[in-house]
Design a protein around this ligand. Structure first.
Ligand code: PLP
Length: 392
């Protein structure tokens, strides 16, 4: 055997996604392909992103491109942004700069979990949680979201918890459903986690995966579970709000509500553990750009128009869909209930969408709204006709 058990498990868990990604990359420059699979850009990069990086490109000192751990200027900007967004007293030392949310999630695993620990993840949820957990020698345990409206089912999380549970991952705004959860949900979850931690004599931590935090529609508010449960780490990525997932930038934030000993143990561990897991810091250029990037964003009003156009047209055509409150995804039931067949039929007509099989939901499908309005208009007749053809 060449591969380790964990590499084999990780590979098996992500195989379908990685072949989908390879196909999407191949389609990349094909002007005829209407690709709604991944949350990738379909227009040139935001000018604010490009100018922020250009400004930092020219070295200002000999150590400009030296090894960089978390840059103080970036930590300061992130902590102050979090203070105003979440109303919690974050300090720069609570922030570990990472390579996107991916890097922050890996760091959280390394900081908190021991080999064989169980980690509760939402189903349907982001398709990389399980493979990342396998690669870290951890055990994913799925907790179903509520059927129909996909709200967080705290009872299901309670049922998924065992004496081996170390971590619960939540994601709001949620991929793939677009749901945004209210503070009452977090208060209820905090009660469950606190009670289970006491019962099992071991603290259960919460990882709040928030890369879509700033992408919300219709003025809906945002509550982080970090405000309800002190044993929460927040991960974030700039890849979504800048629509530039190829430029790796994000962070892991430690809750200011933790008691001081736990807070400082985590603060002190971030740097050495990031080093140990393979230099888990963003590139120097991306870190210098944080102060300028903090205020750069995709046009959420335009994204709202795309959501409305797609949702309204598909809804009128007979589709059953969850209207997203955030993220840039639209999630629905495949007509006929077999998403793989439905998505293959669409692909034959040049419209590429993601089957729910990638999210352990074989009857559902996902559309990425990062496509242009022009792509949406071209795809709609195909999608509208497909509903009638596949409905039983
Ligand atoms: N978490 C969720 C829910 C995601 O959807 C993604 C990316 O799609 C990530 C984390 C990783 O984000 P990034 O690639 O920006 O690190």
């Amino acid at each position: 055997m060449v591969l380790s058990t964990r590499a084999t498990q990780a590979k098996d868990a992500i195989m379908t996604v990685s072949s989908f990604l390879a196909e999407a990359q191949e389609r990349g420059n094909d002007p005829d392909a209407l690709d709604f699979t991944f949350g990738n850009p379909h227009e040139m990069a935001l000018p604010g992103l490009v100018s922020a990086m250009q400004e930092q490109l020219e070295p200002r000192s000999v150590d400009w491109y030296a090894y960089k751990t978390s840059e103080r200027s970036a930590q300061e900007v992130v902590a102050s942004g979090l203070r105003s967004e979440l109303g919690l007293d974050f300090e720069p030392a609570d922030i570990a700069m990472t390579q996107g949310a991916f890097g922050a999630i890996s760091l959280a695993f390394a900081l908190l979990a021991d080999v064989g620990d169980e980690v509760v993840i939402p189903v349907p949820g982001w398709f990389c949680y399980a493979p990342m957990l396998h690669a870290a020698n951890l055990v994913p345990v799925g907790a179903p979201l509520a059927p129909v409206d996909f709200s967080l089912d705290v009872g299901e999380i309670a049922r998924a918890i065992t004496p081996r549970t170390r971590l619960v991952i939540v994601n709001s705004p949620a991929n793939p459903t677009g749901r945004v959860y209210p503070k009452e949900t977090w208060d209820a979850l905090a009660e469950v986690l606190d009670e289970a931690s006491r019962r099992h004599g071991r603290r259960i931590w919460l990882l709040s995966d928030e890369p879509y935090r700033r992408i919300r529609f219709d003025g809906i508010g945002f509550a982080s579970p970090a405000g309800s449960y002190p044993w929460t780490l927040i991960d974030y990525s700039y890849g979504k709000v800048l629509l530039a997932p190829g430029q790796r930038l994000g962070y892991l934030a430690i809750s200011p509500l933790l008691e001081p000993a736990e807070r400082s143990a985590l603060r002190e561990a971030c740097n050495p553990v990031q080093l140990a897991i393979g230099w888990g810091f963003p590139d120097a250029l991306m870190q210098y750009s944080v102060p300028a990037l903090e205020s750069v964003s995709i046009d959420v009003a335009e994204l709202t128009r795309k959501r409305d156009r797609m949702f309204d047209a598909l809804h009128s055509a007979g589709y059953t869909l969850t209207k997203p409150e955030g993220t840039f995804y639209l999630w629905g039931r495949a007509p006929g209930g077999d998403a793989a067949t439905f998505c293959r039929a669409l692909a034959e007509q040049g419209v590429f969408v993601m089957p729910g099989t990638l999210f352990d939901q074989p009857a559902h499908w996902r559309i990425s709204l990062t496509a242009t309005m022009e792509m949406i208009e071209r795809a709609l007749p195909v999608l509208e006709a497909a509903e009638g053809m596949h409905r039983q």
